[in-house]
Design a protein around this ligand. Structure first.
Ligand code: FAD
Length: 280
C-alpha cells in the first residue's frame, strides 16, 4: 500500500499567497499534490482575521481541484459576532471542514476577544453550527511554548478534543518519540480521535531555525549541525532534509500514526519526494 492509500491518508497545508505570481505557483502546487489524492487541503489564517478574505479566496481557488479544503480559523482578537458571520459565510460556500485555533495576537493588536482558548472556539462552533463542520485542532508533542508543562498542555489538549473536535494535527517536530509519548498521554486522558503528525519538509535552514524558535519546535543538535555545515549549498540541504524527513515519516507510520499532514509552504516538490520514499 502506498502512502496515499493509508486509511486516514495525507493532507497538505497552504498559506494564502500575497501576489499574482504566488497564486499561480500555488495553483501548480495544488495540482501536483491533488494527484496524490489527499484527504484534504487546508489554508492558514492570520490571527485577528488579518487574512480573512485572502484565506477564503484561497480556499475557493484550492477547492476547484475537487478536494475538500479546510480554512484555518483563529479566535483570538475576534468578537463572537464576527466569527458567527464567518461561519455562516463558510457554510454558504459549502465548506464543511475547519482547523480551529486560538492563534496568536500580533504585537500591538487590540484585545483578546471573547474566546480565550481554542476549546472555547470549538464549543462555540458546535453551539452555532452543530455537526456541520468536521473540526481539526492543533496539538503540540513538544508542548505549546506558553504551557507551564507538558502535563498541563496535554490536559488542555484533551479539553479541546472533548469540546467536539474530530481530529488533531500536530505542530511539526523531528523526534518521533515526542509524538508517540504525546499520543499515549492523550489516550490516557480519554482522547480517542486521530492525532495526525504535522510534517515540515526541510528546504532552508535559516527559515526553519527562525520558525522553530518561534513555535517551540526543537531541531535536534545533529540536524542543526549538519544543516549549518552545508551553508549555502541548497542541494545538499534538500537531499539531507529529504532523507531525515522520509525516515521520520516512515517511523511515524510504522509506529501507528494515522496519516501525515504536510506543511508545504506552497511548494510541491519537497513533499512529493518524501511521499515517494515512504511505504505506509
Ligand atoms: P490553544 O489550544 O488555546 O492553546 C494555547 C495555550 O493555552 C497552550 O499553552 C495551552 O496549554 C493553553 N490552554 C489551552 N486551553 C486552555 C484553557 N482552557 N485554560 C488555560 N490554558 C489553556 N496560527 C495562526 O495564526 N494561523 C493558522 O492558520 C495556524 N495554523 C496552525 C495549524 C496547526 C496544525 C498548528 C499546530 C498551529 C497553527 N497555528 C496557526 C499556530 C497556533 O495558532 C499557535 O500555536 C497558538 O499559539 C495556539 O493556538 P492553539 O489553537 O493551539 O491554542
Amino acid at each position: 500500500m502506498s502512502a496515499h492509500e493509508h486509511p486516514l491518508g495525507i493532507s497538505f497545508e497552504f498559506f494564502p499567497p500575497n501576489t499574482d505570481a504566488g497564486r499561480d505557483k500555488l495553483m501548480r502546487t495544488r495540482d501536483a499534490l491533488a494527484r496524490r489524492q489527499p484527504r484534504f487541503f487546508s489554508v492558514t489564517y492570520g490571527a485577528g482575521g488579518s487574512t480573512q478574505h485572502r484565506t477564503l479566496n484561497t480556499v475557493q481557488a484550492v477547492r476547484e481541484s475537487g478536494i475538500t479544503t479546510a480554512p484555518h480559523l483563529s479566535c483570538i482578537g475576534s468578537e463572537k459576532a464576527v466569527l458567527r458571520d464567518l461561519l455562516a459565510q463558510y457554510r454558504e460556500q459549502g465548506i464543511d471542514s475547519l482547523v480551529a485555533l486560538r492563534g496568536d495576537l500580533p504585537s500591538g493588536m487590540g484585545g483578546i476577544g471573547e474566546l480565550r482558548y481554542a476549546n472555547e472556539l470549538v464549543e462555540f462552533i458546535r453551539e452555532e453550527t452543530g455537526d456541520h463542520f468536521e473540526i481539526a485542532v492543533a496539538a503540540y508533542p513538544e508542548s505549546h511554548p506558553q504551557a507551564p508543562s507538558l502535563d498541563r498542555d496535554v490536559e488542555n489538549f484533551a479539553r479541546k478534543m472533548k469540546a467536539g473536535a474530530n481530529l488533531a494535527i500536530t505542530q511539526y517536530f523531528f523526534t518521533a518519540d515526542a509524538y508517540f509519548h504525546f499520543v499515549e498521554r492523550a489516550r490516557v486522558l480519554g482522547v480517542e480521535a486521530p492525532i495526525v503528525p504535522g510534517i515540515m519538509p526541510i528546504t532552508n535552514y535559516t527559515k526553519l531555525a527562525r520558525f522553530s524558535d518561534a513555535c517551540g519546535a526543537e531541531i535536534p543538535r545533529w540536524i542543526r549541525k549538519q544543516l549549518e555545515a552545508y551553508g549555502d549549498d541548497s542541494q545538499a540541504i534538500a537531499d539531507f532534509g529529504e532523507d531525515v524527513i522520509s525516515r521520520l515519516c516512515q517511523r511515524l507510520l510504522d509506529g501507528g500514526a494515522p496519516g501525515l499532514h504536510f506543511y508545504t509552504l506552497n511548494q510541491a516538490e519537497p513533499t512529493l519526494k518524501v511521499l515517494d520514499n515512504i511505504r505506509a
